[in-house]
Design a protein around this ligand. Structure first.
Ligand SMILES: [Zn+2]
Length: 171
């Protein structure tokens, strides 16, 4: 006769309830560290972008401007073509912007205005935004940005749209 286990005997642990021994095959992952503080710069928490992004973007912009400064965009196959102009012959608000930047970099303001007046008109705005961004990034104190106001955005959108219409009516 088979001896039945008495009720006093310890029950085997139910599957799934017994904690498995902690065997880890993976390399322990250190806790996520925030960006390290860099001497001479504001605390990492107040910086919206990392220094490396800043350097990368700055280098890309400088490289692009450098190419645009030396190379005449007209007739160059590697500069972006305008889809609207190519298909319809109509100029979009951005048409001529590349050539306008090229003209500006070579000190030909009047030519730049003729190529894309909107771009030239937007330069002070772009400059202000760049300074605001640099200042905020450097100090952690951000000037208020009126550009994000819906009415300002609507006005700017209207200006861009109106410019796109107007430049095709001119002749
Ligand atoms: Zn265009």
């Amino acid at each position: 006769m088979v001896v039945m286990a008495t009720s006093h005997a310890p029950k085997p642990p139910k599957l799934g309830t017994h904690p498995l021994p902690a065997i880890s095959t993976s390399v322990p992952v250190p806790p996520m560290n925030p960006e390290p503080n860099i001497p001479g710069l504001p605390p990492a928490a107040s910086r919206p972008a990392s220094v490396w992004w800043m350097i990368l973007i700055g280098a890309a912009v400088l490289l692009g401007l450098g190419i645009l400064w030396r190379v005449e965009p007209a007739g160059q196959p590697f500069f972006p073509r305008c889809w609207l102009y190519q298909t319809t012959g109509l100029q979009c608000p951005g048409c001529g912007a590349t050539r306008a930047v090229h003209a500006l970099l070579n000190g030909r303001l009047q030519e730049a205005i003729q190529l894309n007046a909107l771009l030239v008109a937007a330069l002070p705005l772009a400059l202000w935004m760049a300074i605001r961004w640099l200042w905020g990034w450097r100090t952690g104190r951000w000037w208020p940005n009126p550009l994000v106001h819906p009415w300002v955005l609507a006005l700017l959108g209207g200006l861009v749209f109106g410019f796109g219409i107007g430049r095709n009516l001119g002749g």
